[in-house]
Design a protein around this ligand. Sequence first.
Ligand SMILES: *Cc1c(COP(=O)(O)O)cnc(C)c1O
Length: 434
Amino acid sequence: MNYYSLNRNSEKTSFRNAVIQGLAPDKGLYFPETVEPLDPTFIKDLENISNPEIAYMAIKQFVGDDIPEAELQNIVTETLSFDFPLEKVEDDIYALELFHGPTMAFKDVGARFMARCLGYFNRNRKQDAGKVTVLVATSGDTGGAVASGFLGVEGVDVVILYPSGKVSDIQERQLTTLGKNIRALEVDGTFDDCQDMVKTAFLDKSLGEKNLTSANSINVARWLPQMFYFFFAYKQLQHKEKDVIFAVPSGNFGNICAGIMAGKLGLPVDHFVAATNINDTVPQYLKNGTYSPKPSKQTISNAMDVGNPSNFVRIQQFFDQDIEALKAKFSSYSFSDDQTRKVMANIYTASGYVADPHGAVGYLGLKKYLGQNPGKTGIFLETAHPVKFLDIVEDTLGVQVEIPEQIRAVMDKEKIKRSISSYEELKRFLLDSK
Ligand SMILES: *Cc1c(COP(=O)(O)O)cnc(C)c1O
């Protein structure tokens, strides 16, 4: 399997190289050259197949010969060592809970898969090839998932950039308290500033020896494993007689783009709904046909505060840049913090289900679409445990959320971080570290 750059100005490359490089040399995102649908009997039989086996079948063509079969099976089995329950919230509406992993955010799967792939590639690199540095910008949850996923991986250093004052206390603890090969930089700026610094570093030739790579969803090893969720949801859906709609709370649009890939592999999905907060670049594009990225605005669903979603180019590629073809399969709506809080309260009153602000945005998108297209089964992705947004959830619902073990473990550890405010400072930090 080869990957090409969506900017079409770089050589094609293998899975291994795409993972190690992150972004193509021409700044483009890597995209698989071919996608072979899976055997339809496999899809029909999902109920009887284990999660690791489903994941292995879904991912293997994208890895090709770069990781041997037994090793890849190991990697997916270790990656998926927790549950992905589908919870009924009301008639024909389900929440797919993706927060049962070590950092209680859906990004655990992508981070764990990528860390293990990189660990495997590193074991097979020459001794003198030097360490790989994973450089990652986070709007909240990526940092913790990457820190936990990569902790202790031989030959890999991790540097996490996060916007000062714009992530929750628990999120900050998850990425600043682990130590070892994980270091955190607090950036005086927004998430977009963090992301821009990371992109600049990748193109900076004077950092060549650092072997920088990305663990954001631009990296194919972070992006592609997210398609597993859609298979796991479908597997658990008992009544499949109605069309299935997935609503995904979206920021960088990596998760929903992986869902579209699951559809390309043959999973029967009728329609995708990308729900956003007021960072509405994509909903606006679908409305008026112009794509104009804007600086990100802060909201209560902070992991989606993205003004220029990096994976949208991949979604456009799936539909050959044809906006009408895209709209036939994909809708996108934006919602305010007020609407989000109201619906969190409504869901709780009606069903007792506690949704976090991100899941609630997904629910809003689902309801909006189903309002215009009734008679279907809807699944919204619950991307974070409510405890990760404790203040907002407790304040909005008037309930107390029990703090799970994974979170309690970081609550009173000391935060260790360095503050930076410019690219020059980031560069010096990278060059000074051994
Ligand atoms: C990252 C994240 C999202 C957005 O996912 P994308 O793949 O960037 O669209 C949604 N919810 C939570 C909790 C997240 O951490």
